[in-house]
Write a new protein. Structure first.
Length: 146
């Protein structure tokens, strides 16, 4: 079972969908400050507007929401595509390419999480990356003759 790439890819799909779900919760939950300093900081995050030009003036909360929704959508897209290909029993040569693309994208995502976030997103993206990398390493190499 541990030598089959479908086991590892299925685990990656589950972690991708779980991460998308958990991360999407942050879109609907507004943080509450614990003390006066946090209250002032949160007020600034919600009210101070940036002026990047072109008529846009987002708050830091708007930028956080955009980044958070993009991570949720990235994980959802990866999980749905990988899950669909598993259900359709796509050939290993096709899967090797798709998994390699996933390893690259989620590897970069994992590095970004390590440097810029906190423990939960680091663990979840790390689990996605490790499962995808293991799937890539154990997928059988089938030669195609033309």
């Amino acid at each position: 079972m541990l030598r089959r790439y479908t086991f590892w890819l299925t685990a990656a799909v589950l972690f991708q969908l779980l991460t998308a779900l958990i991360h999407a919760v942050s879109l609907f939950v507004r943080p509450t400050p614990a003390d006066e300093i946090e209250r002032q900081m949160m007020e600034a995050v919600f009210t101070v507007r940036l002026d990047p030009g072109s008529g846009f003036s987002p708050t830091f909360w708007n930028l956080f929401t955009a980044a958070s929704s993009c991570i949720s959508l990235l994980c959802l897209l990866g999980g749905l595509v990988n899950g669909w290909l598993l259900i359709k029993h796509a050939e290993p040569n096709l899967m090797r390419g798709i998994i390699a693309i996933n390893v690259g994208v989620f590897g970069i995502c994992f590095l970004v999480m390590i440097f810029f976030t906190f423990l939960l997103p680091i663990i979840l993206t790390g689990l996605i990356f490790v499962n995808l990398l293991t799937a890539l390493l154990v997928i059988p190499k089938i030669e195609v003759s033309i």
